[in-house]
Design a protein around this ligand. Structure first.
Ligand code: ADP
Length: 478
């Protein structure tokens, strides 16, 4: 820029010098010629003529300088504007002025500025949008160069891998993650372009996650260091859920087949050998059919409730009720099962028990689920206890109900898992019977939908004590 400014200054000086020389020459020539013509040319006269010519030269220089400055000003302004453009100022308009050629040049520059400004704004907007997309999609994106070094990692990828996106540039994936189920390197397990593979990986914070990785080979439109793009998804819960669902299907078919088989056998005997059976044998078969139906009914109730929770349609309709109402309903259901296992149930409801705010049918399902488990796990001939009393939590009155058995109890590390969907214990000691792993999950869903809570603790003397709470009717929370 200063070169151009100097060139323009030099041009102004040159124009002024030429104007001064022209003024000097014309004043000298005119003075000498007019003195010669009038015959008065003498040395003193000549001196005066030279002095006059020098004066004219000075005036010519000044006039030349003023003229050149005037003529060159639009060119200087144009030059300044072009310099601003070159340094990225696309906002300030190009001034249009000066000669026709300069005005035409300024208009061309102004159009170019306008176009560039539009393109830059569009590119900035598109870049921001692309960055926003990359950062907000839940899939993590990682790009690698030809040597497998990370050139880019989106925020979601960094969160999945468990590191900071800014710390990983230049590192390899093998430095951040290791395969959880083999000794090799993660880079050897990556899928070929266009395919997806689920790889259990061990993060640096010792957490194991199931990572669904799909790969793509990049052919960048411009020279770029990135050669491979990897798309990462955390499928830990999906994988666990698939495993659980497989387990659930195996269990559920057993759960359905067992009572159906016993129903079929009992019904077959009643139909084919009816005449040979005495009353007590017939009663035994009828009771067995009844128990089978109860078992199926309870399983179907839990399956339907679980399906409606998954579909987001599970609702309870709490009303002020006497706790005895759903309990009686549940006991009608439980009686044949308790008798079959030679178990006794000791019910102790506090005399001053207030009304609770609950959905009677759903609360009856909670009682059935807890009592069925107690029947399953309590040793034959033992006693199951059901106690209900009032309590105060954070200044609020609640009803606390406990179901206790003398079974194997629940190990501390499993006291949360058993309340999860399909959550069952595999330990042979605790597992007395098959089940769908839904009973406690549904019990917790129902109790929490009422604003209460449910948990298990060891029963003093051995066994389990499942306790749930419910708000009393006057202090309805929902
Ligand atoms: P399931 O239908 O499989 O019994 P639940 O959700 O009712 O499903 O129970 C989950 C698991 O909790 C059971 O598989 C069992 O291992 C354990 N469990 C539940 N109740 C008891 C109990 N009273 N005593 C011992 N273990 C229990």
């Amino acid at each position: 820029m200063s070169n151009v400014r100097h060139a323009l200054s030099r041009l102004s000086v040159r124009v002024s010098l030429i104007a001064a020389a022209l003024a000097f020459c014309s004043a000298l020539g005119t003075g000498l010629a007019s003195s010669a013509l009038s015959g008065s040319l003498s040395p003193s006269n000549a001196g005066e003529i030279v002095a006059l010519a020098i004066l004219c030269a000075g005036l010519g220089f000044g006039a030349g300088l003023a003229l050149s400055l005037y003529l060159l000003r639009p060119l200087k302004r144009l030059h300044l504007a072009a310099t601003r453009l070159a340094t990225g100022d696309l906002i300030t308009p190009i001034p249009v002025g000066g000669s026709r050629e300069l005005r035409s040049l300024a208009r061309v520059l102004e159009n170019a500025r306008h176009e560039l400004d539009g393109i830059t704004r569009w590119l900035t907007h598109e870049k921001a949008w692309a960055e926003y997309l990359v950062e907000t999609i839940s899939e993590g994106i990682v790009t690698l160069d030809a040597q497998g070094r990370i050139t880019f990692m989106s925020a979601s990828a960094a969160a999945l891998i468990g590191c900071k996106g800014s710390d990983v540039s230049g590192k390899t994936l093998d430095e951040l993650l290791a395969p959880a189920e083999s000794d090799g390197k993660l880079s050897d397990l990556l899928p070929p372009p266009g395919q997806e593979r689920t790889i259990p990986v061990l993060r640096r914070d010792s957490r194991t996650i199931a990572l669904a990785v799909s790969g793509a080979t990049l052919t960048p439109p411009v020279e770029s260091a990135a050669r491979t793009a990897l798309f990462l998804r955390d499928v830990t819960s999906e994988t666990a859920m698939q495993r659980l669902q497989g387990y659930f299907l195996a269990n559920i078919s057993h759960e359905l087949q067992t009572p159906l088989a016993s129903l079929r056998t009992s019904a077959e005997l009643l139909v084919t050998d009816h005449a040979d059976l005495d009353v007590s044998e017939q009663h035994k078969l009828h009771t067995s059919i009844y128990r089978g139906i109860l078992r199926l009914e309870s399983l179907i109730d839990n399956l339907l409730a679980s399906a409606s929770v998954q579909a987001g349609r599970f609702k309870v309709k709490p009303l002020p009720i006497d706790l005895g109402e759903p309990l009686e309903e549940a006991l009608l259901f439980m009686e044949p099962l308790l008798n079959a296992a030679a178990l006794t149930l000791d019910v102790d409801l506090a005399a001053d028990l207030p009304l609770v705010c609950a959905d009677s049918r759903r609360l009856s399902q909670v009682f059935v689920n807890l009592l069925s488990n107690a029947v399953k796990y309590a040793p034959p001939g033992s006693q199951i206890a059901l106690v209900a009393k009032t309590d105060t939590v954070s200044g609020k009155e609640i009803v606390r109900v406990s179901v206790m058995d003398s079974g194997p109890g629940i190990p501390p590390e499993a006291r949360e898992i058993i309340f999860s969907r399909f959550g069952r214990l595999d330990s042979p000691g605790a597992r007395k019977d098959h089940g769908a792993g839904l009973g406690l999950y549904i019990a917790r869903t129902i109790i929490e939908s009422h604003g209460g809570s449910i948990a298990v603790e060891p029963r003093p003397g051995g066994g389990s004590c499942f306790t749930f709470t419910l708000p009393v009717a006057a202090q309805k929370v929902l």
